[in-house]
Write a new protein. Structure first.
Length: 256
């Protein structure tokens, strides 16, 4: 076999591997490049179009795992949309100077969250990417995972299945550092905000004498505590499972 033939076969093998094994981020980049050729300049300049496309790719890269295009399911798309609803507005301070890890980990005020319309745009982008991959002239996938139905006129939080909750609890209990374990478990069993849990103090775990039940006092009485609104002040009963797992003993051992 001649050297040229070997070279052609190697190139074909490499291209096949990229198509089959590469994740959707590679496909997104390819999709954008094809769309540029099709629409040309359109009404948007090439420079501004590149800025927009980089922003979309940044969102995909931050919120969705990059894996083979065939492995994506409607469940993955649903999780992606739910996480998009938690994003802050990128053009608002201080989020506009944050990196993606900081944006995903910070507590965002309701008025600073992206609009449902923005989330819908992210979903439409995914629909376009997977529709492109499904084209008969492309054939990367046979069916698109973008089959879920969502109402983008209002905010709705996704639900967790029982098995998913059990996995969360198992993961929390496996944490070696006590603060990580109890932060996760409190989040699961109380529904309190992350910032509210992190600023809890020892004297915020109280016993109601009338009912004999322990509860968390969510307050801003201490100088280090802040609440989202005045209505955020409340009492949250300590779940029996938290007591069984040893939360009260952990509180006793804490300094403050």
């Amino acid at each position: 076999m001649c050297v040229c033939c070997v070279f052609v076969l190697l190139v074909w093998w490499w291209v096949s591997c990229v198509v089959v094994c590469s994740g959707w981020l590679w496909l997104c980049c390819f999709f954008f490049s094809r769309r540029k050729r099709h629409y040309g300049m359109s009404r948007v300049s090439v420079g501004w179009r590149c800025v927009i496309e980089k922003a979309y790719l940044a969102v995909l890269n931050a919120l969705a795992p990059d894996k083979p295009i065939l492995d994506y399911e409607p469940k993955d798309i649903g999780i992606f949309i739910d996480r998009c609803f938690e994003l802050p507005k990128m053009n608002k301070s201080p989020y506009n100077i944050m990196n993606w890890d900081e944006r995903l980990s910070c507590d965002v005020q309701d008025e600073d969250l992206v609009t449902p319309k923005t989330v819908q745009q992210y979903y439409k982008l995914l629909q376009g990417v997977f529709a492109y991959a499904k084209k008969d002239t492309i054939g990367y996938i046979r069916t698109s995972p973008c089959t879920i139905k969502r109402d983008f006129k209002q905010r709705r939080r996704g639900i967790y299945f029982d098995e998913e909750v059990r996995q969360f609890i198992s993961f929390a209990c496996s944490q070696k550092e006590a603060w990580k374990k109890w932060s996760l478990l409190l989040g699961i069993y109380t529904g309190a905000r992350r910032s509210e849990i992190y600023q809890l103090r020892k004297d915020n775990i109280k016993l109601d004498k009338d009912s004999g039940r322990y509860y968390l006092l969510i307050t801003d009485e201490h100088e280090s505590q802040k609440l989202k609104t005045d209505n955020a002040k409340r009492r949250i009963p300590v779940h029996n499972e938290l007591i069984r797992l040893g939360f009260l003993e952990y509180v006793v051992e804490c300094k403050e």
